[in-house]
Design a protein around this ligand. Sequence first.
Ligand code: UDP
Ligand code: MG
Length: 342
Amino acid sequence: MNSPEVSVVVPIYNEEAGLPTLFERLYAAMDDFGASYELIFINDGSRDRSAALLREQYERRPDVTRVILLAANAGQHMAIMAGFEHCRGEIVVTIDADLQNPPEEIGRLVEKMREGYDLVGSIRRQRQDSAFRRYASRAMNRLRERITRIKMTDQGCMLRAYRRSIINAINSCHEVSTFIPALAYTFALRPTEIEVAHEERFAGESKYSLYSLIRLNFDLMTGFSLVPLQWFSMVGIGVSLLSALFVGVLALRRIFLGPEAEGLFTLFGIVFFLLGLVLFGVGLIGEYVGRIYLQVRHRPRFLIDAVLEAPDIRVDRRQAQTPEITPALGGATAAAAAERHA
Ligand code: UDP
Ligand code: MG
């Protein structure tokens, strides 16, 4: 079986309310566009009926649908990684399942790729998210510009297209905490960006809490830069120099003015400030060390419970030396696993 030109990779976590409309619009958009395609849905350990809906959809369009059922929630970026390891297209497009990225825009990304680029990013025109998310994103974009060499206008938009060479490079990375658009950018030789439309979430709520957004941004900053650590060393050097100066002044005052005991609260202020700085530094180092710890344990990044795909694709894929995470499941086992997810 020949590989399709376009693979669309869709991570799904508790999206049952929006999936029927996603299917309707996504298949229609791809059929209208006319390129040969496959759609890879990754169920990221959803606890609602998403897996059952995906299985139904697979049965409806087995020719172009492939479903990867992860055993537990591994996070959006790991789910996409699982999709990358299974996709076969020359051009691979990632898109969110909540219809914030209109599926009708995929065609424009593919057209741009056909001009010879190896990475097409996207910039959300009139982003439809809360004001807090928009401001926080802008600040994070700016921080990333300063501390990494990655140039992206809108890092948070996951509607992106990648060429096979980049997907292969990403598949050869085994990092446990990552940020896919940034990782892809580090391998890109000819990247570009286009503007795309953005819509409000069709159903349900964002799957990112404030805490998980902060974690994700730490993944981005620590995964692609050592600059935060270096800045911290600089601050440390600065503070040491200032305190040396301070000690000198105090010594002179002791000699020329005699013993003094004023300024106790100023001293408290300075000590607390320095304590805060030290704790921040320890936390920052902890962010790096924690990720090193996760990485060195070599646990699987995600576990695949089952893959629903046509048998000829499975054979095809195995021949194409795609790395396997779990032993491929036979048809009967895959069906049983799908039952468990139903
Ligand atoms: N998602 C996922 N695993 C997660 C969190 C999110 O697969 O742990 C998927 C989610 O189903 C959606 C996409 O990632 O398709 C983007 O998530 P969401 O729309 O909640 O993020 P936001 O648009 O708020 O950044
Ligand atoms: Mg969304």
